[in-house]
Design a protein around this ligand. Structure first.
Ligand SMILES: [Zn+2]
Ligand SMILES: [Zn+2]
Length: 255
């Protein structure tokens, strides 16, 4: 009886229509499903345009009516910290950092491995910890900037770092940057939920969900709450690896 509130459709960079995802959720016996299309962002080809956002909202509201009584459908958005969008259109907001800004340039941290390595080399002189400091400063600001209900993929910059291939996640500078952001999120009021996000596992980049276990434990011991998500871009992954994480304390619903 799992539900997923972090899903993408053909309205942004997902493979399926919203209705196909609803049908898959019904087939799996999910009591609820939430949609979280990417908010408009000029630099991001996988995001929705302003016009597309309106079409997306209309379609999700149509499905809410059509499937009323069979499944609870929520209209959300994955709001990038650099995007401007009226949050009152949505039932909930997932706040996310996909870029850092350096020397006036927007650098994607999760678009491609090559792009990520190149950005760190050219704009940070190969210093991954300097990038981590910039990235986590943005993550810490998510509640204030986006008013989000959920923090997406907390340690997204580790997407291409399986086995610490690029940098050490026990390095003092990495620990300081991540833990400072984590502590600020714990102090936010209202405090957002955090995801256990299996998206990079589904795509073969990681063997564990975001965030890494150390961060997850620290969040829980600080009184933070978690919600399971697959960051679904393909309906075959709607509940990807949820069974591996069901024993971790988590909330089952939003709103
Ligand atoms: Zn995201
Ligand atoms: Zn997403």
């Amino acid at each position: 009886m799992f539900s997923n509130f972090h899903t993408h459709t053909v309205f942004c960079d997902g493979a399926d229509s919203p209705e196909e995802l609803v049908l898959e959720a019904l087939r799996l016996g999910c009591p609820e499903i939430g949609f979280s299309g990417h908010s408009p962002l000029e630099e991001d080809t996988g995001s929705m345009s302003d016009q597309r956002v309106l079409e997306y909202c209309t379609e999700i509201r149509r499905l809410q009516t059509k499937y009323s009584g069979r499944i609870r459908i929520l209209l959300g958005v994955e709001l990038d910290i650099f995007s401007r969008l009226d949050r009152s259109l949505f039932d909930y907001v997932i706040g996310a950092v996909h870029y850092v800004k350096k020397d006036g340039r927007m650098l994607a941290v999760d678009e491609s491995r090559e792009g990520f390595l190149d950005a760190v080399e050219r704009f940070y002189g190969g210093d991954y910890y300097a990038l981590a400091e910039d990235y986590y400063a943005l993550v810490a600001a998510l509640p204030e900037k986006t008013g989000c209900d959920v923090i997406a993929h907390f340690d997204l910059i580790t997407k291409y770092n399986e086995g610490d291939a690029l940098f050490r996640t026990d390095h003092p500078r990495y620990l300081a940057a991540a833990d400072t952001a984590l502590d600020r999120l714990l102090q936010a009021s209202p405090r957002p939920l955090r995801e256990v996000n299996t998206g990079a596992m589904a795509r073969g980049w990681r063997t564990e969900a975001y965030p890494e276990r150390r961060i997850l434990d620290r969040w829980l011991s600080g009184g933070g709450e978690l919600i399971l998500s697959s960051d679904c871009h393909d309906r075959r992954n709607l509940l990807y690896a949820f069974d591996q994480y069901e024993s971790i304390p988590h909330v089952e619903t939003l709103c």
